[in-house]
Design a protein around this ligand. Structure first.
Ligand code: GAP
Length: 440
């Protein structure tokens, strides 16, 4: 049975992954809050990315720059002048569209996207996607600043600081995870397109001329990363941007696309940004941002290969990929086949019944595992129902203390995907779980 967005939204709410923001006030459009399971999944995805970038590469270091930055950064980057979407309004039904998202064939056939009247559309107006606010108590033009629409610029303006303090040499990368904000005209599809979201961006600085090879290298590495993350590789592909689709900063751009329940959509961008950003910041700041090669005694502006992934979109892809409704003999089970590395809980511990000292033993196991991994304790209701709840939460393993435990200190270890149970000695449990989580 194929997964729909409605099913994911409903599971997310039911199990505490994701809630509509400000729900008790009627909600606020396209903003979402991550609940107890969602925040763990999100954190695990970010940790997984960070490890794959910063810890798995000798030449990549991390950064966490401020969301609020000098407004001239956004002039230099081209965002003030060029980060626009063409906005079209329907005079009849008041619906608002992005002109580039209106299907020209449908329009020619007289079907405007909502009310069906193409003659009442306004001319497109350029709408800047940056959120504006004011710094300090006086709301005047001079104090206007922006919420960053991408984390990348925080890396570019710090690249010299990082270079001078970390002794990196070209080629090297700077990785950052953080919030970005865009006043999207048509947000939607749950957490796919929101106005506040998180990005995981890595900017790789190379010698000009090495950029084409570096782009190919990063395309390969990014696909290998999604494979390791556990996504179904037949649902991933690259789409190259044509010359008319390229962002203002890019010489070449590839989208990593995932086949979401709403179709093939962008998950990540891999871009060759050349020296566009560094030369713009050099010009606007008046600071020399050239790299000095102490062997050749040359100074030059590095080229930048960027990999830019959305945290929320990755999370949505992981949920869609993992979701399954399985028809068992007597019932239907909903299960999230999340990779153990990113699953919110690694294991759940149950006493079979609340007597004969079983809860005490189960709590002892729970306390012993808690220091090493995120685990859950549940003693409520029939054990079958407890298994089902964990299947829906994506918990890969369940441990049950039963009457045999009292005799031989073994517990059952149940596998989420196969539903098979084996008996394992309590003393070997932690190591066995750690091995399984690592995929050994
Ligand atoms: N620094 C380059 C950059 O920001 P982008 O293609 O505009 O490139 C990169 O964005 C990624 O950020 C996208 O592939 C997507 O995963 C995520 N993203 C962008 N806009 C988003 C939005 N409104 N809601 C959720 N995620 C978004």
């Amino acid at each position: 049975m194929s997964v729909t967005m409605e099913k994911i939204v409903s599971l997310c709410k039911r199990r505490g992954f994701i809630f509509q923001s400000s729900e008790i006030y009627g909600g606020i459009n396209a903003c979402y809050d991550y609940g107890p399971l969602g925040v763990e999944l999100k954190k695990n995805i970010k940790d997984f990315w960070w490890k794959s970038m910063v810890y798995d590469h000798r030449n990549i270091v991390g950064l966490d720059s401020a969301i609020l930055m000098h407004p001239r950064i956004w002039e230099a980057s081209g965002h003030v002048a060029g980060f626009n979407d063409p906005m079209v309004d329907c005079r009849q039904c008041k619906a608002r569209f992005r002109e580039d998202e209106i299907d020209p064939k449908k329009l020619a056939a007289g079907q405007c996207p909502r009310c069906g009247n193409k003659d009442v559309l306004t001319e497109p107006r350029q709408f800047n996607l940056m959120f504006k606010t004011h710094m300090g108590p006086v709301a005047e033009d001079a104090s206007q600043i922006y919420l960053r629409p991408e984390t990348a610029q925080g890396i570019y303006v710090n690249y010299k600081n990082v270079l001078d303090s970390s002794r990196q040499k070209i080629p090297f990368g700077i990785a950052q995870i953080g919030k970005a904000f865009r006043n999207e005209i048509t947000p939607g599809n749950f957490i796919f397109r929101t106005r506040e979201f998180e990005q995981m961006e890595m900017q790789y600085f190379v010698q000009p001329g090495d950029d084409i090879e570096a782009l190919e290298m990063w395309k390969e590495r990014r696909m290998a990363y999604y494979d390791k993350l556990g996504l179904n590789m037949s649902k991933l592909r690259f789409e190259e941007h044509g010359p008319d689709e390229l962002a203002h900063y890019a010489k070449a751009a590839f989208d990593v696309e995932y086949e979401f329940p709403i179709g093939w959509k962008e998950l990540e961008g891999v871009h060759n940004r050349t020296d566009f950003d560094l030369s713009a910041h050099q010009e606007h700041s008046g600071k020399d941002l050239r790299y000095f090669n102490d062997q050749t005694r040359e100074r030059f502006l590095p080229y930048i290969i960027e990999t830019s992934a959305g945290v929320d979109r990755t999370l949505l892809a992981c949920l869609a990929d993992a979701y399954e409704e399985e028809q068992l003999e007597k019932e239907k089970r909903t299960v999230l086949h999340l990779s153990p590395a990113i699953a919110p809980f690694k294991a759940a511990i149950f006493p079979l019944v609340k007597k004969e000292g079983m809860p005490e033993i189960a709590l002892k196991i729970y306390d012993d595992l808690r220091g090493d991994m995120n685990v859950f304790y549940d003693a409520q209701g029939a054990v079958g129902r407890r298994y089902r709840r964990q299947d829906e939460a994506g918990t890969p393993f369940c441990i049950t203390v039963d009457s045999q435990t009292l005799e031989d200190q073994t517990v059952t270890l149940r596998d989420r995907d196969s539903m098979e149970q084996l008996r394992i000695s309590m003393s070997a449990l932690k190591q066995a779980l750690q091995d399984k989580i690592k995929g050994e």
